[in-house]
Ligand binder design. Structure first.
Ligand code: NAP
Length: 287
């Protein structure tokens, strides 16, 4: 990669950012597409977020991704939001338009739907059991509602957070049916039996010995299991699904496809989803 006076800069605002795979997949995609762009990680502490966002037009950046812990706090510093970002209340992509206006987008949500689509799945008609009610779960839940799922059942270690998200979705949509349930084994077991799509949007599975609230014996053949976690590539939940020949996927494709949508927003080029995914797979030794 040659950086010249003409090179457009994009990047990532987060804290920390050292673990991120976004520079790898974006810079590979810029090189493959012959685009004069570079993707740079910026560690932005929470107290400096406003100053960092305000500097984007002054520095001539085309935009940035936004990650933990800034996805919700950044809304206060933007001029406008896409409908999805406004609904979800979280932004993972900022676009600088006309060299001055800051537009917030959420590409996690369409990235999730597109990752499901790679398995021939659509959200329409699904009965979704969603573990977690944090930032990623909000993107999944609103995308599921936007795409016409039948039902969303939410649970979280913080029951009030799940209840609040359920209320919020019900306020915006007449369908699907939506409710929050407690993390109690037999209640979860019943919800699992009724579900057609189980989504883990918690960090469960990232650490050895994590204790799942779901009894894997309840996984059934009508289910698709989507784990947003991608490190490790196979969590205990996904291993259980594989052993029972239940369709499943990890979060790697969602990571690639949300990145590809951001790339398209900044450059106007086609989203290079499959290239970003093969780049990540090669990095993780998944191929
Ligand atoms: P987050 O905002 O911290 O939300 C996680 C939520 O899950 C929190 O409400 C948390 O509660 C809850 N939780 C934690 N342990 C739980 C358990 N045992 N049972 C039920 N709920 C539990 O994090 P996030 O940004 O949404 O990310 C969640 C996961 O998704 C992470 O593993 C992240 O890496 C992954 N992710 C993947 C992608 C992708 O592209 N593949 C994108 C975004 C996120 P507390 O806050 O009380 O712990």
């Amino acid at each position: 990669m040659t950086i010249a006076g003409t090179t457009r800069v994009v990047g990532l605002f987060g804290y920390p950012v050292a673990h991120s795979f976004s520079p790898l997949m974006h810079n590979r995609a810029f090189a493959e597409a012959g685009l004069d762009y570079v993707y740079v990680p910026f560690p932005v502490p929470p107290a400096r977020l406003g100053a960092a966002v305000a500097a984007l037009p002054a520095l001539g950046l085309a935009g940035v991704n936004v990650t933990i812990p800034h996805k919700q706090a950044v809304l206060a510093h933007l001029d406008d939001l896409s409908r999805t970002a406004e609904l979800i209340g979280a932004v993972n992509t900022i676009e600088v338009t006309d060299g001055k206006r800051l537009i917030g987008h959420n590409t996690d949500a369409p990235g999730f739907a597109a990752a499901l689509g790679r398995h021939g799945m659509v959200l329409a008609g699904q009965r979704v059991l969603l573990l977690g009610a944090g930032g990623a779960a909000r993107a999944v839940a609103f995308q599921a509602a936007l795409d016409g799922c039948d039902e969303i059942v939410l649970c979280d270690v913080e029951p009030a957070r799940a209840a609040a998200l359920a209320e919020e979705i019900a306020r915006h949509f007449t369908a699907p049916r939506v409710c929050a349930i407690p993390l109690v084994a037999d209640v979860l077991g019943q919800a699992l039996t009724a579900a057609t799509l189980l989504v883990n949007a918690t960090p469960l599975g990232m650490h050895a010995g994590d204790d799942y609230p779901v009894d894997f014996a309840g996984l059934h053949e009508r289910l698709f299991v989507f784990d947003l976690v991608y490190n490790p590539l196979e969590t205990p939940l996904l291993a259980a699904a594989r052993r029972r020949a239940i369709r499943h996927c990890n979060g790697l494709a969602m990571l690639a496809l949300q990145g590809a949508e951001s790339f398209a927003i900044w450059t106007g080029a086609a989203p290079p989803g499959e290239l970003m995914l093969t780049t990540l797979e090669a990095h993780f030794g998944a191929r």
